[in-house]
Design a protein around this ligand. Structure first.
Ligand code: ZN
Length: 348
């Protein structure tokens, strides 16, 4: 578990600074034009003073809210607290009860709105923040009716989710449609993924560097080699051992060695008509595939800000799933996306 910092928005009872600019004309000088006391819902502040100002240029009168206060009755701090309770896995009733500990009454709907509002704030914050290395991974979360496929994009610099899409990761076109605007807006140049075919295709199409998660790679290559060990003629067991070592050590010229090993194996083309390849052909295909994608395994070796696994993305998804477990069915994708985004960040 990472270190949790709890930073709540500041709420001022009275704002000493003046408005920055007139929303109507952009004028920068104002005259104070009275003020009023407002009741707010907040754990520490009961009342705030809201001044009104008149623009000297166009005479528009505006309310100047203290920081953390808006036309809504809840302060920003209150909303954040409600969202945090929800992120930590409380039910709406639980959040409602926990808020009453702060002497504040909140209904189920208002907590729901707080979570949505928090997601919007996060989205605004993330919208233009550049991300050089983006982790992407698919997941299934419980949604309306049945489980829904989602695609989660995580800033590898901060480990925080950038966005969540209603996308099946196995569909290259859908993945591209999801990724292309993100890449352009955020200036992404490297993606970290597992080695599904769809990600490779999209990385190539969008001219992105790709780091394949080494956990995924080792897992499936290890499993494949293990199975081949039992079926291959014993004289090829040395190739299996060497391939395993290459994947573990990832030497720069590992692809060359893989091609050399591949050349040593006679092509059998056995069972080509059927769906089953001979064990020897399976080994040949494996070696070619690994050699072809070798550069995608080692981006982290020469780019220090690229991690060698997709762990941060999996952690964000884990937080989302934990939260999704306790939510009784979202009604809409928008509602679910907000919930997942808020949950994925954790308490930060
Ligand atoms: Zn004005």
């Amino acid at each position: 578990m990472s270190i949790v910092t709890l930073q709540l928005p500041e709420v001022k009872a009275c704002e000493t600074s003046r408005p920055k600019g007139c929303p109507k004309c952009g004028g920068e000088t104002f005259q104070r034009w009275g003020g009023s006391i407002r009741q707010v819902r907040d754990p520490h502040v009961r009342e705030v003073l809201v001044y009104r100002y008149r623009c000297c240029r166009c005479r528009h009168v505006l309310r100047h809210y203290p920081s953390g206060v808006s036309p809504a009755s809840q302060t920003a701090r209150m909303r954040a607290l409600a969202a945090i309770g929800w992120i930590l896995g409380m039910s709406y009733r639980g959040v409602s009860r926990y808020m009453s500990g702060f002497g504040v009454k909140l209904g189920r709907m208002s907590i729901w709105r707080d979570v949505q509002e928090r997601a919007k704030e996060l989205k605004r914050e993330r919208h233009w923040k550049p991300v050089r290395v983006l982790g992407i991974d698919g997941a299934y979360v419980r949604g309306w009716g049945e489980t829904q496929p989602v695609l989660v994009a995580v800033d590898m610099g901060t480990g925080e989710p950038v966005t969540v899409g209603y996308v099946d990761e196995k569909d290259p076109q859908a993945v591209r449609k999801f990724l292309e605007p993100l890449v352009q807006r955020l200036g992404v140049s490297v993606i970290v993924t597992d080695d599904l075919f769809s990600y490779k295709q999209v990385a190539d199409a969008l001219d992105l560097e790709q780091q394949v998660c080494q956990f995924h790679l080792r897992r499936w290559v290890g499993r494949t080699l293990h199975e081949l060990k039992d079926t291959l003629p014993p004289e090829w067991l040395g190739v299996i051992e060497e391939t395993k070592t290459l994947i573990e050590e990832l030497p720069i010229q590992g692809d060359r060695r893989l091609v050399e090993l591949w050349r040593q194996i006679p092509e059998t083309r056995q069972g080509r008509k059927g769906s089953e390849l001979s064990p020897l052909d399976q080994l040949r295909f494996l070696l070619v595939r690994l050699a072809q994608h070798w550069s995608r395994y080692r981006v982290f070796d020469w780019q220090p800000d690229v991690p060698w696994t997709n762990n941060p993305t999996e952690q964000a998804i884990g937080r989302m799933k934990m939260r999704a477990r306790t939510v009784r069915g979202y009604k809409t994708w928008a509602g679910m996306a907000s919930g997942l985004m808020t949950a994925g960040v954790g308490v930060a």
